[in-house]
Design a protein around this ligand. Structure first.
Ligand code: COI
Length: 355
């Protein structure tokens, strides 16, 4: 509690000069792990009850070499953002959705999870304590990373007997080096991201390293990201390594349904809502590759990515170009999403939480 108190005092002091002396270039943030001031930490034993957490100075953590997360991958992460407004007020965007998703994922990974209120409290504390790292409006956001890991030592395979929930943060701008320019995507037909019955539908840490080889191969060929195909027929699209995928044809927007192999993105869900509210028809169902290649527009969504237009997609040596000029559905949806997140557009759905 004393370090919590201390962090508040420090952050309160800093609030008086929010944009103070970070030698950070707010105009070129990109997406990298920049150290900030504090991280939130709490632990629980196998009883599943997380103790009252505390803010510690941001830094390395100590883990037993036999920790379940290091050896057997028992871990989940989340991603959420805090946005600063012109008047200095700071808002979180739908952190309850991340809390719910972590609970769902924790069950799949045989882990206890923090309660919804503990989770949101931790996010708020982390954002508050690192307030000076929240970029000015229009420059980016504070990306907040909650991580739940089996931290107890295990040798025979079993659920860990101790868990650690950590929340830390980094100021971020655009995820892709392309910035807001359209992405070049590659459809991967050798490696797969997920299979039915697996963990593709939860934010397990084990979903991310296995796609690095396909991602690196595609990046070396000049692509921004990879789209995966269903592992049974290689016929329907799944998602990209870091985001969900949507295709637009006329007034219809389609995206793969979250039937177990697709990560149920918070931005995905939000964009579907926004699109429906603005008169588009949105379908969540199997989307064949051919339909993707035949679209007018394609875009990606994710917390880190936001809403990113796709300029072209390459599949089996064929490159398809999409509309990237003029009135774009993805640009409309992007403006509405960012408008709500930054307070320019009224938040009629209660998506924002002020810290
Ligand atoms: C996010 O969008 O928050 C993610 O967790 C994706 C990750 C690859 C950065």
């Amino acid at each position: 509690a004393s370090s919590l108190q201390q962090a508040f005092e420090t952050s309160a002091h800093r609030n008086s000069s929010d944009d103070e002396d970070n030698d950070i270039d707010w105009n070129n943030l990109g997406f990298s792990a920049k150290p900030t001031d504090y991280m939130y930490v709490t632990k629980c034993l196998a009883d599943g009850i997380f103790e009252q957490g505390q803010l510690n100075p941001y830094g390395n953590i100590e883990l037993n070499p036999f920790a379940a997360v290091l050896n057997y991958g028992q871990g989940l992460f989340e991603g959420t953002k805090a946005f600063r407004r012109k008047d200095g007020r700071v808002f979180l965007f739908r952190p309850d959705q991340n809390a719910i998703r972590m609970q769902f994922g924790a069950e799949r990974m045989c882990m206890p999870s923090p309660s919804i209120s503990q989770f949101i409290h931790a996010i708020k504390q982390t954002a508050l304590a690192n307030r000076r790292w929240i970029p000015p409006m229009g420059k980016g956001s504070l990306y907040i990373r909650p991580l739940l890991i089996g931290s107890g030592p295990i040798l025979g395979l079993a659920p860990s007997l101790e868990y650690t929930f950590l929340v830390y943060a980094s100021p971020v701008g655009n995820y892709f080096k392309e910035g807001l320019s359209p992405l070049n995507l590659y459809i991967e037909d050798e490696f797969h991201r997920a299979t039915h019955g697996g963990v593709g539908g939860v934010k397990s840490i084990t979903n991310y390293a296995p796609v690095l080889s396909a991602l690196t191969r595609a990046k070396n060929r000049g692509f921004s990201d990879v789209i995966y195909l269903d592992s049974v027929h290689k016929k329907n699209i799944e998602e990209a390594t870091s985001c969900n995928v949507f295709v637009v044809k006329g007034n219809l927007i389609s995206t793969p349904s979250t039937s177990g192999t697709i990560l149920p993105g918070v931005t995905r869900k939000t964009v579907i809502d926004i699109a429906r509210d603005h008169g588009y028809k949105v379908e969540e169902r199997a989307v064949p590759v051919e339909e993707l290649l035949d679209g007018d527009e394609v875009f990606c969504t994710g917390t880190a990515v936001g809403v990113a237009p796709v300029g072209n997609i390459t599949y089996k040596g064929r490159r398809v170009e999409y509309k990237i000029e003029g009135q774009l559905v993805s640009r409309d949806l992007y403006s509405i999403l960012v408008g709500i997140q930054t307070g320019i557009i009224e938040d009629k759905k209660g998506w924002l939480l002020e810290i």
